[in-house]
Design a protein around this ligand. Structure first.
Ligand code: ZN
Ligand code: ZN
Length: 241
């Protein structure tokens, strides 16, 4: 324990820790990635009544949101999300997309694991995979934050992370900036399961950084079910209300 502390302190001296959410410097002795002020200020999905399908906060006394209630045959079992996409969480998620600092994925994965375990008690996941990035973006930036998050989550949950199970077709417009109907249309037919043999009969946990209209999760889960996945659960660090 003593040596662990010394090691930690040395690491912190070399790489001074900053709060994941507000970027303020943390005390050198801290093993935390989030300051107390942010811990109290972040909006956690778990503090709300949530839709039992998509995990978005809803009015009390309802089980499902208006969207999930009327959607015919949802291809996923449920979506588990950690934070509401607003305020400091939104800022942190935006930085997570730009900066390659592993601390984001570690912090988000740690809390997301707790949410997934709470929401999916008794579910035994066979594999964790991530929503594939747009190929244009990968070519340009070579960084995939959904993959980073999924790998951290898989490691913490002791489940195998499978690389590149799905891919996106080329030349699709960005989802951000589109309205709900346009997003639904934009994702349709755009995801391909490259390795169906690796997920057939498996209980899959599909990970993305943010869930907005549910369109991406819906489309990917549909393709995974067509490739004969036994069940698809989804998890995202944040969700919009
Ligand atoms: Zn903070
Ligand atoms: Zn819902």
């Amino acid at each position: 324990m003593y040596y662990e502390n010394i090691f930690h302190l040395l690491l912190n001296v070399l790489f001074p820790p900053r709060c994941v959410f507000c970027r303020r410097w943390m005390p050198l002795t801290s093993s935390d990635r989030v300051c107390t002020a942010c811990r109290n200020e972040i909006t956690y999905c778990m503090s709300y009544q949530r839709c039992i399908s998509c995990g978005k906060p809803i009015d009390e006394e309802m089980k499902k949101c208006d969207f999930c209630r009327v959607y015919p045959n949802l291809p996923f079992e449920r979506i588990c999300s950690a934070y509401v996409y607003e305020g400091k969480a939104k800022e942190a998620l935006k930085r997570f997309k730009r900066e390659r600092y592993q601390g984001y994925a570690q912090e988000f994965a740690e809390y997301l694991k707790a949410v997934v375990e709470y929401d999916c008690t008794n579910v035994k996941f066979d594999v964790v995979i991530s929503v594939p990035p747009r190929p244009e973006r990968m070519k340009k930036e070579g960084y995939d934050q959904a993959r980073c998050l999924a790998k951290e989550l898989a490691g913490r949950m002791n489940v195998t992370y499978l690389e590149s199970v799905m891919r996106q077709k080329e030349k699709r417009a960005k989802q951000s900036g589109l309205g709900r109907a346009a997003r639904m249309k934009n994702v349709k037919g755009n995801y391909v399961v490259r390795k169906p043999e690796e997920i057939a009969g498996k209980v899959v946990l599909l990970v993305d950084d943010i869930c907005t209209t549910r369109a991406t999760f819906l489309e990917c889960a549909k393709m995974l079910k067509e490739a004969e996945a036994a069940a698809v659960y989804c998890a995202s660090a944040a969700t919009t209300i």
